[in-house]
Ligand binder design. Sequence first.
Ligand code: URA
Length: 180
Amino acid sequence: MACTRCPLYETRHHVVFGVGPEHSEVMFIGEGPGEQEDLKGEPFVGRAGQFLDEMLYIIGLSRKNCYIANIVKCRPPGNRDPLNVERDACSDWLRSQIRLISPKLIVCLGRIAAMEFIDPEFRISRQHGSWVEIDGIWRTALYHPSALLRDPTKRPETFRDLISLKQMVLEHCPNTILEG
Ligand code: URA
């Protein structure tokens, strides 16, 4: 993939497309690659990614039974939030990914993804962990793993959100074998 639709291509090392089985029933969507992801070409492989792996492990998910992608596929310099023009330029890629993967559940990681996929007015501190069905896909948002690293007091709420996610997987994802 040699996309040049937005200026992020000038500073990226790798396009970070996504990881996971192509027919995953659960899809996680973050914001955009950080430094490690840009260097390795895989989403969530830095510190936040290790924390995400731990969150998944708690409920029997892993990179083998869910799909992980980002709103933008190239690293915004200095890890700033992706700009609207960058998100707009990238949105066709993610929408095609969602169409092909056809997940039953979308889990937004953080406010930026939740504003894109659940509600432009989404308030992460009030609405994390709530579920809504849009276009036949159940959607929720968790605090971004980076926020949980910065502020451990949010972790108990996230633990409850993960238990609710596990329940939704058991109800809606017959082909997802939870590990452990
Ligand atoms: N944060 C994100 O939102 N995505 C990544 O891939 C890494 C860190």
